[in-house]
Write a protein that binds this ligand. Structure first.
Ligand SMILES: C[S@@+](CC[C@H](N)C(=O)[O-])C[C@H]1O[C@@H](n2cnc3c(N)ncnc32)[C@H](O)[C@@H]1O
Length: 166
């Protein structure tokens, strides 16, 4: 019975992530570090991961770069997983996680020095105006694998490619 409830919760959460247009595929640690180095993330800066999945971006940003992490996640399972992973990593002091659609958290973007995206084209196109409108001067956007369509940036080759906009 407990297993069935968990399985339904997990499956429902997976569906929400898929319907929202960006199913949960995690960035590998190697890629996260490469991306955060490429944007020169510094101690005490704030990074926001729109669609934070399992929370690894926030944990690595806090643990290895000394940055403050902010995550937003629409899927209940992955929201709770991020909370748990952040707690277990001991980085809770430096990381905040919000549940819901990141479109409702536009104001958080204006706190960020770095916006981290690993989302599909369609989703990025949809939120690009919201990000542009709220981005503070000097802030950077780093997008893994998918272009931030209406902006010119630089590309870091590899698999996947990493796109940087500043
Ligand atoms: C491809 S995963 C990336 C996870 C994490 N950022 C990483 O790089 O490992 C995309 C995540 O975005 C979440 N997501 C998709 N649409 C969302 C929305 N509108 N609001 C908040 N989260 C969303 C999905 O549930 C999924 O966990």
């Amino acid at each position: 019975m407990v297993f069935l409830v968990f399985a339904l919760f997990w499956f429902g959460s997976l569906l929400i992530a898929i319907i929202s247009g960006a199913p949960t595929v995690y960035s590998k640690d190697k890629i996260i570090k490469k991306a955060l180095k490429a944007v020169n993330l510094k101690k005490n800066q704030t990074i926001i991961d729109l669609g934070c999945g399992n929370g690894r971006v926030l944990i690595i940003a806090s643990r290895e770069f000394g940055a403050r992490g902010v995550g937003v996640e629409i899927s209940p399972f992955y929201y709770l997983l991020t909370k748990l992973n952040v707690f277990l990593s001991g980085e809770s002091r430096n990381v905040r996680v919000y549940f819901g659609n990141f479109k409702k958290y536009a104001k958080l973007v204006s706190e960020a020095d770095v916006v981290y995206l690993y989302l599909y084209d369609r989703v990025i196109r949809d939120i690009e105006p919201m990000i542009s409108k709220n981005l503070i001067t000097g802030a950077k956007v780093v997008s893994v694998a998918f272009l931030f369509a209406n902006h010119k940036g630089r590309t870091i080759d590899g698999s996947p490619k990493i796109y940087i906009y500043s």
